[in-house]
Design a protein around this ligand. Structure first.
Ligand code: PMP
Length: 325
């Protein structure tokens, strides 16, 4: 028998998928870790579970307690599912610029959702800072604090990294992914480098994020903007701090959109925007490094969370991003 125990037992152990169209085009094996197949639909289920179970172990989260978080959506969705499964309440602070689909789903899951204006991190009313203050003022509540809470990257060091290693028999040449909190990138990079220091760990960044320049020059500096959600950062979080990075690569929205539409039309994979950045980076690296490389990245979430934006041709046209005019 092979039976998973509830939602919690179903997180992780996702398949590693060969992306046929782009692998055949580039002559490299481009492999995507199918995190959209987690029970809450994204890579963030892993961090949400580790954060909650770490707080339980430390005695910080008690029966009937509330989990509070500031999130672009996917961490909140993972937390809301786990709170339901474990009997906690969930309060989510989310910037109003995030897709309506994620906000609606959070409410359907029973989370209390407060949408707030999207203001930069330096503003005291930034959604992350606000969520910390709200949690501190509540009785029997914890702040998940995914950006600084190292339980996030430990989840990937202990699960995602070892799964990728086992699924490839250790035959990975390049690991590349974009980062929001940095948990996925850092946890997997740290694990893979320990196993084999020759594996190249490359950070993929959307326009408008400061991490590309951080890896290249040590300074956080951003230019441009991106329609992708959940990735990019204007600061180096505790989860990113000290993560090995051999190089960084920047992918623009035009390429990310081209990639997600090809994944949909040629590979049958309906993916969110950050996957466009990740696979776009893998393609660029395949071209730089030449055929024969095995390149692993993350398929973070599915496209249905972005139906009203990325997969709405009118919305894309208004942004000047229509792939096949
Ligand atoms: N892609 C999507 C769609 C996300 O929501 C996130 C997390 N915000 C990421 C990628 C990045 O994951 P991490 O926080 O582990 O860097």
């Amino acid at each position: 028998m092979d039976i998973k125990t509830g939602f919690v037992g179903s997180v992780g152990n996702t398949p590693l998928i060969r992306i046929n169209s782009f692998s055949d085009e580039t002559g490299c094996e481009i492999l995507g870790k199918a995190e959209f197949l987690n029970p809450g639909g994204s890579v963030k289920d892993r961090a949400a579970l580790y954060i909650i179970e770490d707080a339980e172990k430390k005695g910080l989260l008690k029966p009937g307690g509330t989990v509070v978080e500031g999130t672009a959506g996917n961490t909140g969705i993972g937390l809301a599912h786990i709170c339901n499964a474990k009997g906690y309440k969930c309060l989510i602070i989310i910037p109003e610029t995030q897709s309506q689909e994620k906000i609606d789903l959070l409410r359907t899951l029973g989370a209390e959702v407060r949408t707030v204006p999207a203001v930069p991190y330096k503003d005291p009313n930034n959604y992350v800072k606000l969520s910390g203050r709200i949690a501190a003022e509540m009785e029997n509540a914890i702040w998940a604090n995914q950006f600084e809470n190292l339980a996030n990257r430990i989840a990937h060091y202990e699960t995602t990294g070892p799964e990728i290693w086992a699924q490839t028999d250790g035959k990975v040449d390049v690991w590349v992914t974009s980062t929001g909190t940095g948990g996925t990138y850092a946890g997997v990079s740290m694990f893979l480098k320990e196993k084999n220091p020759d594996i190249k760990c490359i950070l993929a960044d959307p326009m408008g994020s400061g991490l590309y320049s951080y890896v290249k020059t040590g300074e956080v500096h951003s230019e441009g903007s991106s329609i992708t959600e959940g990735i990019g950062n204007s600061r180096v979080t505790a989860n990113m701090e000290g993560a090995p990075a051999d190089d960084a690569i920047r992918v623009d929205d035009k390429e990310a959109v081209r990639v997600v539409y090809q994944l949909l039309e040629k590979d049958g994979l309906f993916m969110g925007g950050s996957v466009g950045i990740n696979i776009g980076a893998a393609i660029a690296l395949a071209k730089q490094m030449g055929a024969g490389q095995t390149i692993v990245t993350i398929l973070c979430d599915g496209g249905s969370r972005y139906q009203s934006k990325l997969f709405n041709r009118e919305w894309l046209a208004a942004k000047g991003l229509l792939p096949n005019p």
